[in-house]
Design a protein around this ligand. Sequence first.
Ligand SMILES: [Zn+2]
Length: 146
Amino acid sequence: MRTVTARPEPMRARALRRTLEAQRDLIEQITRRTRRAVREDAQWEGEAIADTAEQCEADMQSDLDLAMLAIHAELLQEIDEALSRMDNGTYGHCVDCGADIPGRRLEALPSATRCMRCEEAREAAVEWKTQASARRLADELASLPG
Ligand SMILES: [Zn+2]
């Protein structure tokens, strides 16, 4: 836990900042795409009366899109907050217990605000659906180059 700084600290900080900025760009792209899809759904629903099954499917997709938008807004906020913490020097400290967040955890999740133990305690209380959506997004983020 204490010997994670194999690379010089400034270099890691720069790499983490780049990762956060890349994540922010990707989420903003996805958000724009999702907003467009939601708008198009709304237009389509105004123009045509679909049969019940189609309508139901479209409604479910819209609900899912809206849920994703909410999650993305939250993630964007987390990323912006992480970038601010980098600027004010509080980055890398657990917001709950104040402990240093291990570098390996930050590299896996640069916007992490909690140490693993506090995060696990928190996640236990989070709804399964939210976690599933977050995992899907995390998979997309993990596929980013570099
Ligand atoms: Zn903690």
